[in-house]
Design a protein around this ligand. Structure first.
Ligand code: S3P
Length: 427
């Protein structure tokens, strides 16, 4: 995929459904009794991996349209042992959340994923789930997938996590559904809370106080109708492109703006971007807004502390924005970037440097001196969807040609990304 300098991006679009919420709708729908109907589902490869895993455990899931699916839930104890290894593809959310669920089953399962998943740390779920009573073995002995999980009757625990991770928190809370007493998780900072909100809407009792979430065991979950908002992590590419591409004006409709996910909006404000948030009635626990972005003179800023979990997936594209900002942008407390779909500190610094940016890697983030024009380069996406999309945005604002290798990996979270970008160039 190749990009050159773009004219203004103009028009209106709706981004695909939220990836985190789409995964959870399938999982909780499978564990509930009766029909769950999901509208606005993200038909990206990651969420399709989740559907595949639950079908293999005997759950009927019908794709009415690619974004409207029906799940015939069988209750907390309705899953059956899959006849083969479960394949979670590229999806960390599928791998970690499903491990929590499998820990409470009365059968043994093996799960694995692609080469990226097989390098991602699973010790962070193996430890708490084992403390709850599950037997989990990393088959290569390296703390990564493939994992063999033998479920057991579980005990409730209180667990303090080392990192703010919604995947770890959710794995523990989901195992907590099968506990003999309440389970609670305390994190160093609040991570996205979609699990807590959605489990409650299915009839579970999850309470949150500060950075602690506590769940009552063995609830009776009932199928629901779930409306999935647009993914703010996908909207972020258009927020960034709209800010840095001269003359642009883009309206992004129906975006989820849950406060545990809205860090990109706070950064836009810190960078003095012209972004207007136009709230709409979502009629669910997940707040939504239309976002109007216009080309802006950006200022560098400091991103750190509790803000980081609220924008962790947006840091690659924020780094691109920082190249176009006046002054220095410092990103710290973000060592988690090293264990995402790729090592996003290394990959961003290497690729942006190749385009002429002034960027330095640090132990837990990066430092970017803005204001140095970018030029085209050959970009290795490392098959990381967020890297590919970030460099498409950069390539629209660089001299000469930018070529992205492995560009098709956007199908993980945003299959129509390049078409939507082209549409804004033609409007
Ligand atoms: C996710 C949580 C985050 C995020 C990922 C999706 C989720 O990961 O980066 O893309 O759906 O719970 P961590 O829990 O590892 O921070």
């Amino acid at each position: 995929m190749k990009f050159t300098r773009s004219k203004a991006l103009k028009g209106e679009l709706t981004v695909p459904g939220d990836k985190s919420i789409s995964h959870r709708a399938v999982m909780f729908g499978a564990l509930a009794e009766g029909l769950t109907e999901v509208e606005g589902f993200l038909p990206g490869a990651d969420c399709l991996s989740t559907i595949d895993c639950f079908r293999r455990m005997g759950i009927a899931i019908e794709e009415k349209e690619s974004t409207r699916i029906l799940i015939q839930g069988k209750g907390l104890h309705g899953l059956k042992k899959p006849s083969q290894v479960l394949d979670t593809g590229n999806s960390g959310t599928t791998t970690r959340l499903i491990s929590g669920i499998l820990s409470g089953q009365s059968f043994e399962t093996t799960l694995t994923g692609d080469t990226s998943i097989q390098k991602r740390p699973m010790g962070r779920i193996i430890e708490p789930l084992s403390l709850m009573g599950a037997s989990i073995e990393s088959l290569n002995g390296n703390g990564c997938a493939p994992l063999r999980i033998l479920g057991h009757p579980l005990h409730g625990i209180h667990y303090t996590t080392k990192v703010a991770s919604a995947q770890v928190k959710s794995a523990i809370l989901l195992a907590g559904l099968y506990g003999d007493s309440p389970t609670s998780v305390t994190e160093p900072a609040l991570s996205r809370n979609h699990t807590e909100l959605m489990l409650n809407s299915f009839g579970a009792k999850v309470q949150t106080e500060g950075t602690t979430a506590a769940i009552e065991p063995r609830p009776h979950l009932i199928g629901q109708k779930i409306l999935v908002p647009g993914d703010i992590s996908s909207a972020a590419y258009f927020l960034a492109a709209g800010c840095i591409t001269p003359g642009s004006e883009i309206l992004i409709r129906n975006v989820g703006i849950n406060p545990t996910r809205d860090g990109i909006l706070r950064v836009c404000q810190m960078m003095k971007a012209d972004v207007r948030i136009l709230p709409i009635d979502s009629q669910t626990d997940e707040p939504m807004a239309d976002l109007l972005v216009k080309a802006s003179d950006l200022q560098g800023c400091i991103l750190e502390g509790e803000l980081i979990p609220a924008l962790i997936d947006e840091i690659p594209v924020i780094a691109v924005m920082a190249c176009f900002a006046k002054g220095t942008t410092v990103i710290r407390d973000a060592a988690e970037l090293k264990v995402k779909e790729s090592n996003r500190i290394d990959v961003m610094v290497k690729n942006l440097s190749a385009m002429g940016a002034h960027i330095t890697a640090t132990e837990d983030g990066m430092i970017i001196e803005g204001g140095y024009p970018l030029h085209g380069a050959v970009i290795d996406s490392h098959l990381d969807h967020r890297i590919a999309m970030s460099f498409a945005v950069a390539g629209l604002n660089a001299d000469r040609e930018t070529k992205i290798l492995g560009a098709e990996c956007v199908n993980i979270s945003y299959p129509a990304f390049y078409e939507d970008l082209k549409y804004l160039q033609q409007s």
